[in-house]
Design a protein around this ligand. Structure first.
Ligand code: GLN
Length: 487
């Protein structure tokens, strides 16, 4: 039996009926991880812990628990008790937390198997999978192309079928864009719907934790387990939604979809036509699909506003990476020198660049000009988005409008201030804190491309139900690399 292309529910069925034990499954997972052809995707594989836990699980078999024995990997910015947590940075290469992130704890309580800590662009900064201190990874469908990031290892493991789900984080689009590049499902819930306690931050007002799966039902199942208020995270709230999986097929027939005129007009011809075809299919099923307008000037501010907010927040929230409290320390004569030397030695280029720009924005004389102004524009964008989502239920956006870019264009892709707004369109979802999900959509040049759906805050359940309808219409799910040809 090869477990690799099985969904959470299919694996559960095997475990429930004892066709496979947790220990056997865990051994297979370890073996597949170890022989993978891009070993850089994995930072830490806690084999001893996994085997011990699998034995414990087999002795405490719970047939009703849907996550019993199900393996997953966590982006290495989720704290894991007694397991090294690097956030993809050298500066945390010796950091072993003495606590679990709440999400990890919840998954433990549900008897899921934490099967590895996986790579990311350092501290979540970047979108290519090429900026981890632990080596590069590329797109498993075509190794000349980027896999995307920053949740690079998390999408890799799910797309390859090594695990049926994984944990990621999304500050700009780090769950929803790489999901598009490898043809899987990536979901960022409403800001505060799930706990971020124990997740190493990038920019706290934009940071979201979230998940990857290969189908929408599995995502609903994960939501059932993880949507909980956490007293350790003051941004978290008690969700009003329940029974995500039970009600997944119950999207109201009166649901209204919308797309942005300015975005649609800006898409390359081929992909534009695919979106039109999809809109027609939705209409044929009886759903309303509305074209709405969005101020082009505002669209063009998304990227600069993102930079002017996220970089200052990053430098503030990482004041503790000084070489003093924990993590790696370089020698120095005094506090300032130790800090300068530690950061110079143990941080990568992108992080240094963003820290420097962030500090500059926080200087008294620059705050009004950049940081505070950016926050005001963020509010305008969020308001415009919320207005749309007050009259239409689901806003459809393109997470990417071309197959994953080539590796050689990476530096441009990451640090270009004047990039086309289409590159950054998903960042609007972080500005507004709305729930947002990418699912597989189409293919070009034998590469996957996803589609992204958004709903108003707290409308996570409706969003998942809409994603399920679209997944059915589109007809792509549960694909893993090498399983079926992608064309
Ligand atoms: N591409 C964005 C960046 O470079 C995404 C980051 C994120 O969401 N963590 O910052």
């Amino acid at each position: 039996m090869n477990y690799k292309n099985l969904s959470i529910r299919e694996l559960h069925e095997l475990l429930r009926t004892k066709k496979i034990t947790a220990l056997d499954l865990t051994k297979q997972v370890i073996e597949e991880m170890q022989k993978d052809d891009q070993p850089n995707f994995l930072i830490t594989l806690p084999t001893d812990d996994m085997l011990r836990y699998a034995q414990y699980l087999d002795q405490n078999f719970d047939p009703n628990n849907l996550l019993y024995g199900i393996p997953y990997v966590a982006k290495d910015n989720f704290s894991t008790k007694n397991i090294r947590t690097t956030a993809g940075s050298k500066i945390l290469s010796n950091y072993i937390p003495n606590f679990n992130a709440t999400i990890v704890e919840l998954l433990n309580q549900n008897q899921a198997m934490m099967a590895g800590k996986v790579t990311l662009d350092e501290l979540g900064m970047g979108g290519t999978g090429l900026h981890s201190a632990y080596g590069e990874i590329s797109n498993p469908y075509d190794q000349k192309r980027q896999i995307g990031g920053s949740s690079s290892g998390s999408v890799y493991a799910v797309a390859k079928g090594l695990v049926p789900f994984s944990l990621g984080t999304d500050t700009g689009d780090s769950i929803r864009k790489p999901a598009s590049y490898v043809g899987i499902v990536g979901f960022k819930p409403t800001y505060g719907a799930i706990s971020r306690y124990g997740v190493i931050p990038y920019a706290p007002s934009l940071d979201h934790a979230g998940f990857f799966t290969r189908n929408v039902d599995d995502m609903a199942l994960i939501a059932d387990v993880t949507f909980k208020k956490d007293d350790k995270d003051f941004t978290s709230f008690e969700t009003r939604d329940q029974d995500f999986l039970k009600d997944i097929n119950d999207l109201k027939p009166t649901t209204k979809f919308a797309y942005l005129k300015e975005v649609q007009e800006h898409l390359p011809e081929k992909i534009k036509r695919k979106y039109e075809q999809l809109f027609n299919k939705l209409k044929a099923k009886g759903y309303e699909v509305n074209e709405v307008s969005f101020d082009l000037d505002l669209l063009n501010t998304i990227n600069p506003v993102y930079m002017m907010i996220s970089y200052p927040e990053a430098i503030s929230s990482h004041a503790n990476l000084s070489g003093m409290g924990f993590g790696m320390r370089a020698e120095g004569e005094n506090y300032a020198q130790i800090m300068i030397n530690s950061r110079s030695k143990y941080l990568g280029e992108i992080v240094k660049r963003r820290f420097v720009i962030g500090s500059l924005n926080l200087k008294q004389e620059n705050q009004d000009l950049y940081f505070l102004k950016a926050k005001r524009v963020r509010r305008l964008i969020a308001n415009a988005l919320n207005d749309i989502l007050a009259s239409d239920d689901i806003l459809i956006l393109p997470p990417s409008f071309q197959p994953a870019p080539l590796i050689e264009t990476a530096l441009e892709d990451d640090e270009k201030a004047d990039s086309d707004f289409l590159h950054d369109i998903l960042v609007m979802g972080n500005f507004a804190g709305i729930p947002s999900i990418t699912i597989p959509f189409t293919t070009e040049e034998a590469m996957p491309i996803g589609i992204n759906l958004n709903a108003g805050v707290y409308q996570d359940k409706k969003l998942l139900q809409a994603a399920k309808v679209l997944e059915d219409i589109i007809g792509i799910k549960d694909r893993i690399v090498g399983d079926k040809k992608y064309d």
